[in-house]
Design a protein around this ligand. Structure first.
Ligand code: DAH
Length: 390
């Protein structure tokens, strides 16, 4: 082997074994740099005879090219290795959540209200609201419960003391002290005129006053539901001083009890997600409906538990009826032209029946453990197509 061949073998081996870009650069300088071994050989070409140069020229140039190519190849592979190492050390795990998982959950009452809004929206009902601090005219009188009406006494009403509110705005947002009077039917002021009565506020005892506000505020046909908080002075396993109702109201021409029953049946089948829901309309009395019907829903024993569906037994669920002509007239509409039906149902009770809670009080205690157990994911928005259930 000539010196040149030996040199080439040595250089290529050194290039191959250069572990870093710096080591490779050192090899390059030692061969191709100003004082490099290959550069020195190239310099010898000038002093050669033409014959000698013809032989040695291509060999030395060949050596230079082989070394240059080998360095380029090795450099590319070292570059890639360095990049790979950097990418591996600098990776960002894009799957990490931006923040810790949310701890909150949707309260069953909110969930059920959303479910009801979804079901009734599909039936063409809009959502209406009214103030929780309500005047007695909307809460009672316009609903055919005049001042002396015994039904007023049944509601265990929270009355607001009249003085701080006199001359102020219309209830909503007004501050007032709340007092429960022994006999709510007894007028607070001995000189109450109709005007005076309008100034006397209560915490609304039901969502029915939203019927009045809706009929006075818009022309029929009307199809609304009104979900919201209501207040009564009551406290045990199934009663809390604040609870939730949802009111339904339809005002149109030619409305019958048949429309009421179909609407309630369709709503309850969708809500409980069972086709075998059976309803029983029992004659009853509410001042604002005539005729009035209390609606029972049938249950059957399944694995020792009462389960909605079928008709082995009945449980009372809601109040309803055909809107009383006097209520329609109180809102300025002609009862000979317009008829309708209404219903009112406890939202908390619906939640308890559907999701299996047997005590109402924890609904309002704000115990995070209860909410964690019975709450719903905020991303679990009820839709009819995916089922409004859990
Ligand atoms: N407002 C009634 C209550 O709280 C419930 C009710 C009964 C509402 C019959 C209605 C109805 O709209 O038609 O006890």
């Amino acid at each position: 082997m000539t010196d040149l061949d030996q040199m080439k073998t040595d250089l290529l081996a050194a290039i191959d074994s250069a572990a870093t870009l710096d080591a490779l650069e050192a090899v390059r300088v030692s061969a191709l740099g100003k004082a490099g071994s290959v550069t020195a050989l190239l310099k010898t070409l000038g002093g050669m005879s033409p014959d000698e140069r013809q032989v040695q020229g291509p060999r030395i140039q060949g050596l230079r090219e082989a070394v240059t190519t080998a360095i380029a190849t090795r450099k590319a592979s070292l570059d890639r290795a360095e990049l790979d190492a950097r990418l591996a050390s600098e990776t960002l795990d894009m799957t990490l959540p931006a923040a810790a998982a949310p701890q909150g959950s949707v309260h069953p009452v909110s969930q059920v209200m959303d479910e009801l809004a979804e079901i009734f929206a599909d039936l063409g009902f809009a959502v209406a609201t009214g103030p929780e601090i309500e005047d007695q005219w909307h809460n009672f009188t316009a609903l055919n419960m005049p001042e002396s009406h015994p039904a007023r006494a049944m509601h265990d009403t929270f009355y607001l003391s009249p003085s701080p509110l006199r001359g102020e705005g219309r209830g909503e947002g007004a501050s007032a002290s709340v007092g429960v009077l022994g006999d709510p039917a007894q007028p607070l002021s001995p000189t109450l005129s109709l005007e005076g009565e309008r100034e006397m506020y209560v915490l609304r005892t039901h969502t029915s006053p939203v019927q009045i506000r809706t009929m006075m505020g818009q022309q029929p046909p009307i199809r609304i539901i009104a979900p919201g908080r209501v207040y009564r002075s009551d406290w045990d396993a199934t009663h809390t001083p604040m609870f939730h109702q949802i009111e339904g109201l339809v005002i149109d021409k030619g409305i019958t009890l048949g429309h009421l029953k179909w609407t309630l049946e369709t709503f309850l089948k969708a809500f409980f997600e069972r086709d075998d829901i059976v309803l029983r309309l029992r004659p009853s009395y509410f001042p604002f409906t005539e005729p009035s019907a209390e609606v029972d829903v049938g249950w059957t024993m399944e694995k020792g538990r009462r389960t909605l569906g079928g008709s082995e037994g009945w449980m009372e669920l809601l109040g309803s009826g055909m809107v009383h002509p006097r209520v329609i007239a109180a809102c300025g509409l002609d009862p000979n032209e317009w008829q309708g039906f209404a219903f009112g149902v406890g939202v908390d009770r619906l939640a308890m029946l559907k999701y299996g809670m047997d005590d109402l009080r924890p609904f309002f205690e704000g115990d995070a453990r209860w909410l964690k157990h019975y709450g719903f994911s905020a991303l679990d928005v009820p839709t009819l197509s995916q089922g409004v259930g859990a």
